[in-house]
Write a protein that binds this ligand. Structure first.
Ligand code: SF4
Length: 394
């Protein structure tokens, strides 16, 4: 059988750092020529190792890929097509900030092969966008969205956030309504997390954050409202119209192979999970001066048979379809229900999980607290679990 691979390209630059964000990205950087040259070098390094693979999903994320000069981004896209076997039906996503796109650029990317755009909107209310220190208004987002449509993008995702300072159930409802009216194919809904080391963390006591009950109300409301508008939840934070689930992200949750290019990128390839350090300078030096022995590996380990079971549980339970007990038995020769009889009974009795048609899965209430519940199914090092989750986030 043909081997399939997802490709993730990390562009670690942003025009401005949002106060809540802990992704690796720089706001002051000029040497895009050198950066892109080293990204191309890394692609060339991987070309031989991946020659037996068909790449059927590509995801250019960040950071903000659309801050890269168009000429440089086209070189990256060209490098992807030159170095990898790209499937004719590839899902090719690029993340975009509504403040950093224009029609000409979007037309060029569409023509070059990008066929899915993912816009970081977060809210349709300008005061909420301001509180997040986003650099665009809602009207600017709508303009960018219309440009994307005019450039030929049919498959568009919009990111929305709940738990924003000052946000209410009602204001989230307004955002959901405005976004659904634009009819994107896919919507991602993330809860704001206050991450250590961010400006939000430092001023966390002063932020007017919704309390936990309100946040749960928001999440539950969003699931119901999105279903009413034809967006079906298929993962903790992801909703799609028929036929438009994100194929690239599904690879993460299905434990399929993917390769990350660029500083801070994570990979799961040849039974190894590995990632690169969060440093553009080290990354460029290491690829340019190969004999200098610069170590850019942040972590690197081979996934053991036991870890593979744990990863599968952790990742599959993020999906609304959950764990198919027959598939689990086939893959690992074990009875999932018997392995976790006590835990499953507790979670089902308390409305966090359900068992339907041979699948164990989270209810919306369980999805909301899934991070806590998942740890009780894991036997391996929780740091590894955390690293996998971080890799999925970026
Ligand atoms: S949220 Fe997005 S745009 Fe804002 S700093 Fe993080 S990566 Fe950049």
């Amino acid at each position: 059988m043909e081997k399939r691979l997802g490709l993730y390209i990390h562009i670690p630059f942003c025009e401005h750092k949002c106060d809540y964000c802990d992704f690796y990205s720089l706001t002051k950087f000029d040497d895009y020529v050198r950066f892109v040259d080293t990204m191309l070098l890394q692609m060339e390094d991987y070309a031989a190792q991946t020659k037996d693979y068909i790449v059927d999903t590509v995801f250019i994320g960040g950071g903000t890929p659309t801050v890269l000069p168009v000429k440089r981004m086209l070189e990256i896209i060209d490098g992807i097509y030159r170095n990898f076997n790209i499937s004719s039906d590839v899902e090719f996503t690029m993340e975009a900030n509504p403040a950093t796109v224009n029609l000409k650029m979007l037309k060029k990317y569409r023509k070059a092969g990008v066929n899915r755009l993912s816009f970081g909107l977060q809210s349709a209310i300008d005061t909420e966008l301001e509180s997040l220190s986003r650099i665009h208004t809602f009207d600017e987002f709508v303009d960018s969205y219309e440009m994307a449509r005019a450039a030929g993008f049919e498959n568009i995702n919009v990111d929305i956030m709940y738990g924003i300072p000052g946000q209410t159930r009602h204001s989230l409802g307004y955002t959901l309504e405005q976004v659904c009216d634009l009819e994107p194919k896919h919507i991602s809904l993330y809860g704001l997390k206050i991450e250590e080391g961010t400006p939000f963390y430092n001023k966390r006591k002063k932020l007017e954050l919704p309390d936990e009950d309100t946040e749960y109300e928001m999440y539950k409301y969003a699931i119901d409202y999105l279903a009413f508008r034809g967006y079906w939840q298929y993962e903790i934070s992801n909703f799609s119209t028929d036929g438009y689930k994100c194929r690239h992200n599904l690879k993460y949750w299905d434990c399929q192979e993917y390769l990350g290019i660029g500083p801070a990128a994570h990979s799961y390839f040849n039974d190894r999970r590995f990632s690169y350090k969060r440093s553009v300078d080290m990354f460029m030096d290491a690829l340019e001066y190969v004999d200098a022995g610069i170590d850019i590996i942040e972590e690197d380990y081979t996934v053991t048979a036991e870890e593979r079971v744990d990863e599968y549980i952790m990742l599959r339970l993020r999906l609304t379809e959950g764990i198919d007990v027959n598939e689990f038995k086939e893959k690992f020769g074990k009875d999932f229900g018997a392995m976790f009889e006590k835990e499953l009974k507790l979670y089902i009795d308390n409305g966090f999980m359900e068992f339907k048609n041979g699948h164990y899965s989270f209810t919306p209430k369980g999805m909301y607290v899934s991070n806590y519940i998942l740890s009780s199914f894991l036997s391996f090092d929780s740091d590894i679990a955390k690293n996998i989750a971080n890799g999925l986030d970026k």
